[in-house]
Design a binder for this molecule. Structure first.
Ligand code: NAP
Length: 323
């Protein structure tokens, strides 16, 4: 059993957003190391936008450690059409949870941001100190502004009240529990689904957006959960920390890898009339490496297990999205 999980094991631990990609991975990780006192509530049971309900929950249950993995998350379309919701809900969730955790005596809180908080044209790889050094990507500005406010709030509670609130900035995540809805999913789960469906239907080719040349970094969500538990035990600073693998690859290479794992042998066509997005997005992970944490799950292995999960859950996921 890992050294860093011992304090969590015997404590009351609240995982906010436990049904999501990140929250469910944190729960798996905590259960695996024998955490006996896990607290979670579905959104129906506890709406984290509701300040008095959040306060009441913390007053009653007094969690000692809080993983804040609940957020309103979405793709470009959702961000562009519903910016008020992205700003409001994320500001409300993080303000309510951070404040209640501090007010009711939690020992530590971990807040999750995202690499989209960094300036659109940040030099690569992106160091933590590039935060607020340039304009944001316009398509997810509302979400990024809320997340920046969240990590500044955590840092302010750390500075003013000595509350141990820490902030992680994960790179692109993937893994079991991912969103495979083609309207809203990220690139990797979208590829898994499209190659799988093309294999089943016998399509001779799959067309992907863009040139295939942009470079992206992918972290398995179980690695993020491992980092989150490690840092909950071993890190106590208001300075945010990037979490990634420190390596990236081209979209064309990812596509070839996914096609091979899925067993799709048709052609992969890139439609260069479609937008590429930013040419490169790679986090500098030297700070977290210096603390002794490294990602463990190789991309090929991670995609293979995610594909297995997708095949096992495809029918139920698709019907859930159609409801
Ligand atoms: N996915 C990525 O690639 C990625 C990358 C970097 C950072 N992150 C960060 O990781 C965190 C979690 O992301 P995720 O990908 O796990 O998102 P997700 O799968 O959409 O999960 C978010 C969770 O938050 C819950 N939630 C949302 N609003 C709520 C509310 N008002 N009250 C209670 N619960 C609420 C959702 O509940 P319902 O199930 O009821 O909707 C869901 O369980 C976010 O802060 C995100 O910025 C994600």
């Amino acid at each position: 059993m890992a050294e860093h999980t011992q304090r969590l094991q015997d404590s009351r631990v609240f995982v906010a957003g436990h049904r999501g990609l990140v929250g469910s991975a944190i729960v798996r990780r905590l259960e695996k190391v024998g955490c006996r006192n896990l607290l979670f509530r579905s959104r129906g049971e506890l709406d984290l936008c509701d300040q008095s309900a959040v306060d009441e929950f913390f007053r009653e249950h007094r969690p000692e450690f809080v993983f804040l993995a609940a957020a309103k998350v979405g793709g470009i379309l959702a961000n562009a059409t519903r910016p008020a919701e992205f700003l409001h809900d994320n500001l409300a969730i993080q303000t309510n949870v951070i404040h209640a955790a501090w007010a009711h005596g939690a020992r530590k809180l971990l807040f999750l941001g995202s690499s989209c908080i960094y300036p659109k044209l940040a030099p690569q790889p992106i160091k933590e100190e590039y935060l607020l050094t340039g304009p944001l990507e316009a398509t997810n500005e509302a979400y990024a502004i809320a997340k920046i406010a969240g990590l500044k709030l955590a840092a302010a509670y750390h500075a003013q009240y000595g509350f141990s609130a820490i902030s992680l900035m994960p790179t692109n995540l993937y893994g079991p529990g991912d969103n495979f809805d083609l309207q809203t999913s990220h690139v990797l789960p979208a590829m898994i689904r499209r190659f799988h469906e093309a294999k089943i239907s016998g399509s001779p080719s799959v067309t992907l957006w863009g040139t295939g040349t942009p470079r992206r970094e992918f972290l398995h969500v179980d690695d993020l959960a491992d980092a989150a538990c490690f840092l909950m035990e071993n890190y106590d600073s208001p300075d945010l920390l990037n979490v990634g693998v420190g390596e990236d690859l081209t979209i064309a290479d990812v596509a070839a890898l996914v096609a091979r794992i899925v067993g799709y042998s048709g052609r992969i066509v890139f439609d260069s009339s479609r937008p590429d997005g930013t040419p490169r997005k790679l986090l500098d992970v030297s700070r977290i490496h210096a603390l002794g944490w490294h990602a463990q799950i190789p991309l090929e292995q991670g995609i293979a297990s995610t594909y297995e999960w997708y095949v096992a859950h495809a029918a139920e996921r698709v019907s859930a999205y159609q409801r």
